[in-house]
Design a protein around this ligand. Sequence first.
Ligand code: AFP
Length: 338
Amino acid sequence: MTRQPITLTRYILSQQQVHPEATGELSVLLTQIGLAAKIISRELSRLGFGALQGETGDTNVQGEEVKRLDRFANDTFIHAFGHSGLVCTLISEEMEKPLHLAENCPHAKYTLLFDPVDGSANIDVNAAVGSIFSIYRRPEGRDHTSPEANLRPGTEQVIAGYVVYGPGTMLVYADSRGVQGFTLDRGIGEFLLSHEKIRIPAKGKTYSVNEGHSGAWHPETRRFIEHLKAKDPKSGRPYSARYIGAFVADFHRTLISGGVFLYPADTANPKKPSGKLRLMYEVNPMALITERAGGRASTGTQRVLEVTPTSLHQRVPVIIGSADDVALGEKFARGEGA
Ligand code: AFP
C-alpha cells in the first residue's frame, strides 16, 4: 500500500506529539510561512503576464532597486503574521528598521527575520529565486524595541529555512530534530514531505562562486578555487562550476548534492569588505541548516553561527557546504594550502 502523502501541517503536528512541551505556536508559525510561500509561488508562476514585473522606483537599505515582487513578497510575509499573536518583531532585507507588530507584542514569543525574495535579479529572466527565514525567541527581559535586542548570534535561532521557487517550489527547514524538505503540490495546494532528514554529502563535486569577482578576492581564496579546478582524479578534481546567482538556489543544490558555495570578502570594494551576503537573514539561516545536515558554514576564519552581529543588515564573507570541502577552504584561508 503506497504511503499517504504527509502535509507540512500534519508533519509539524506529528512532531509536536513527540514533544509535549511544545506549545504549538512554532507549528502555526511554520504553517503561516508555508502560506506566504504559496502566495509568492502563485505570483511567480504568472509573472510573465506582467502583473508584478519591473521595479517600484524605490531603493532599499542595501542600496538596491526594489522590484515590485520584492515589495509584494515583503507585504505578504507581514500580512501572514499580522494579528497572528505569534510574532512581535519582523526584520526584513526590504525594511531598514524592525517592524514591531503592536497587536501581537504583549503575548507573542517570536522574532522573524526574512529575505522575502532572494535573487531578485533572476525574476525578469525567469530563473530560480527564493525566500529565506530565521526564527528567534523574543529576548526575555529586554526591551524588544531596542536595536541590540535582535543582534544575536545564529546559534540562538530556533528554526531556520528557505523556500526555493524553481521548476518546483520547495520549503526546507531545520529545527532541533534535523532538516526536512516539502514540495508544493499545486494540484492540492499543499506542501508535502518529499525529503526527510536531509544530510549533506561530506564531500562534493561542484564549487559555486561568482568568478567574475576573482580579481577582488584574497590570494588565498583564489588559490583555493584554482586547487578545486586542478586535475587530480584521485581527489575527485577538477570540481565543476555551478552558479545560478540566487543564494537560495545555489545553496539548495549544494545541500542536496554536496560541494561548496562561497561569497568571499571583496578586497577592492571598500563598501563591501565583508562580501555581499547579509548575516542575519541570508547566511545565518543557511548556516543552521547546513550544520543540522552535517555540513559546515564558515566566514573563512570563524564558525558563522558564532559571529556576534553588530548591525541588522551587516554582510559577512561565507564558505558553506560539505564539511570536508569547507574545512579545506578554511585551511587555504589560514594560508596552509592543500
Ligand atoms: P538579493 O536579490 O536578495 O539581493 O540577493 C542576491 C544575492 O545577495 C544572492 O542571492 C546571490 O548569491 C548574490 O546576490 C549574487 O551576487 P552576484 O551578482 O554579485 O554574484
